[in-house]
Design a protein around this ligand. Sequence first.
Ligand code: NAP
Length: 464
Amino acid sequence: MLDTTVQYTYLASAALFILALKWMGQVKSARRGNWAGTAAMSLAIIGTLVAGGFTLAGYGYIAAAVAVGTAIGVPMALIMPMTAVPQRTALSHAFGGLAAALVGIAEYYEHHHHLPRVTAFVLGAEVLLGALTFTGSLMAFGKLQELISGQPVVYPGRNFASIGTLSVALLATAYLAVDPQFVPAMVTVVASALLFGVLLLLPIGGADMPTVIAILNAYAGLAASAMGFVLNNKLLIIAGALDGTSGLILAIMMCKAMNRSFSNVLFGAVGQIAADAGQGVSPTGKTVISYTVEDARALLENTRLVIIVPGYGLAVAQAQHACKELAAVLQAQGTEVIFAIHPVAGRMPGHMNVVLAEADVPYDQLWEMETVNPRFAEADVAIVLGANDVTNPAARTNKASPLYGMPILDVDKAKTVIFVKRSMKPGFAGIDNELFYLDRTVMVLGDAKKVVTGLVAAFKEGAH
Ligand code: NAP
């Protein structure tokens, strides 16, 4: 009876996990998705606690672990700003990977004298995936948090070193199926997987981390699934598979939106700053036109259509509330205002949607790339706020560019372009943007929040 109740609890939990993923795919239902995911996880924990048949001391250990997890997790969620969500996710994955690896090691340690070959192999796979997710995610966290350099670390033979280390880990895992009692094989799996996580991440640039985190998410999911087989827990198999596949799908979507392959992200060392970038002079010797906030305001007067293009810098500056105010003052003078959302603007999928939703910018003002692109030709002004790569025409024309082939926002088609950024420094791809040097482009150099707040104030003053 108890077992049946637990199985039904697991079934409800699995269904809620699936619904959570479905609902989180849409901005409007994302909150519901979050609640469904939380409910699913709560049911999973309750089911496990009931089914486990733990001793009183066992429940004591679990309660202590929950207390430690809560003490770390709650402040992390409350203190970390929205711009730090990618590194927060990386840290969570690191803990998830570590948990999977430790459970695998504990199971092996306890039962290795009488383990069936298949179980030993699955345990090896779980530990391999968990351990590489642990160090890989910690590296991703370090790069995003700028604790270590976000620049790709390249050295001769780096791919050989990575693939060699992975091969050792795979061979040791395979050997566990031959001789489950051979403890050095498990030790080799742990050591080589931990090292592989570091080697894999070293040559990857900081801004590619969100894609890598999604790939590591897939590994963590697979590790959880393997753990489900070992512990004979169907819910863990299902939840791990969902986690693994959703991570993989997300990584594929990001790669598609950047028109890059997995191997280019993992081995392409993209993100090194080009030597000639950020000088403020084009290859043909043109310099940029600098405008003050007041000059920029004059450009926005009597406009019919203004398209705001938010990017990573908007999130850094936390300029979303000021941006909403700017849209309001422009609308008050009769201008139509829309926001152009590029799928990989910012540093995580949906970054701009999340940031602008925080300021309650209405969903119908957020236009996806495909629908907004034809409208740039009618726009009097495109204001680019802390975006760079997602507007760079080199993606269309320059085969040598790391951005080549990435679909971009057609900002260059607008009658006037106002670029708001702090300096002439390049964006994530590390290359100059020829848009800066167009005759109809003006640069308003400064922090996005300060500039936009200044524009709003200038409009309000002008109205008096
Ligand atoms: P970007 O090309 O990285 O450019 C952001 C710009 O914001 C920089 O040029 C920077 O210039 C400016 N900036 C930074 N702080 C600012 C501030 N406080 N105020 C004003 N400007 C500021 O960003 P993007 O156009 O959003 O493109 C995203 C890039 O990330 C793409 O290359 C994409 O492929 C990559 N990527 C995205 C994802 C994702 O899921 N979204 C995943 C992986 C990779 P200054 O320093 O001069 O201010």
